[in-house]
Design a protein around this ligand. Structure first.
Ligand code: NI
Ligand code: MN
Length: 229
């Protein structure tokens, strides 16, 4: 049994056998955050899709306090290593077997940089999403991404749950997210990365309706809500 809890924006808690994880832990400054960063100091893994502030968020704080291992691309881990954070270095297209299951980094069409405390922009490598296998289930967190044909490769992964951005402007909008659903063919599609700010305003029910027309199950998970699969 895998438990997914939506924190808000693109932040998810994922729990299963040997895994108490959090994806893109953005709490401070997240208008949607349904929990506080201090509620997640018992995590053992942090999954980081890219260095933008609304994703790297409170990664360093939570990683240092919890001792959790941050799974991220090589360039992001070089930055995190300076803070004494435990990291596991991976890169796009790579797969690795962790004690809870396999993790694969999937291509994302986006940027990846960190703005440090002096306002300097640090190169973060390529952005990506995650396919996380735990308890026999596969969860795909797309990260921030535009629609890409690479998503067609995910069909063979037999994704159980796809967490997809729908807010537009920085990522796929609903129209493109539905095309992504057509390519990926997940068992369940859940929208994220919308309504956090006016620039990414979107009606998630329109996405759910569109999924129904494609014959794919979909539901809106509100910040603070959990689902079990
Ligand atoms: Ni981003
Ligand atoms: Mn974002």
């Amino acid at each position: 049994m895998v438990k997914l809890t939506f924190i808000g924006h693109a932040t998810w808690a994922v729990e299963g056998n040997n895994l108490k994880g959090i994806i893109d832990p953005f709490f401070d400054g997240n208008p949607q955050a349904a929990f506080k960063k201090d509620d997640f100091l018992d995590v053992n893994y942090i999954f980081l899709t890219h260095g933008h502030g609304d994703h790297i968020g409170d990664t360093i704080y939570i990683a240092k306090k919890s001792g959790a291992t941050v799974i991220a691309c090589f360039e992001l881990t070089l930055y995190l290593d300076k803070f004494g954070v435990n990291t596991h270095k991976m890169h796009v297209g790579g797969r690795y077997k962790f004690p809870f299951g396999k993790v694969k980094l999937t291509p994302a069409l986006h940027g990846n940089s960190i703005v440090d405390e002096n306002g300097n922009i640090i190169y973060g490598g390529m952005p990506y999403g995650f396919v996380i296998e735990v308890d026999g289930k596969k969860v795909y967190h797309a990260g921030d991404t535009g629609l890409t044909m690479d998503m067609a490769l995910l069909e063979r992964e037999n994704i159980d749950v796809a967490l997809l951005p729908i807010g537009g402007n920085f990522t796929m909008d609903i129209e493109d997210a539905l095309r992504a659903v057509e390519l990926i063919k997940p068992k369940l599609a859940i929208p994220m990365h919308y309504n956090t700010w006016p620039v990414i305003k979107a009606d998630p029910l329109k996405f759910v309706e569109g999924c129904k027309k494609l014959g794919v199950e979909s539901l809106v998970v509100n910040p603070g809500e959990s689902i079990e699969i």
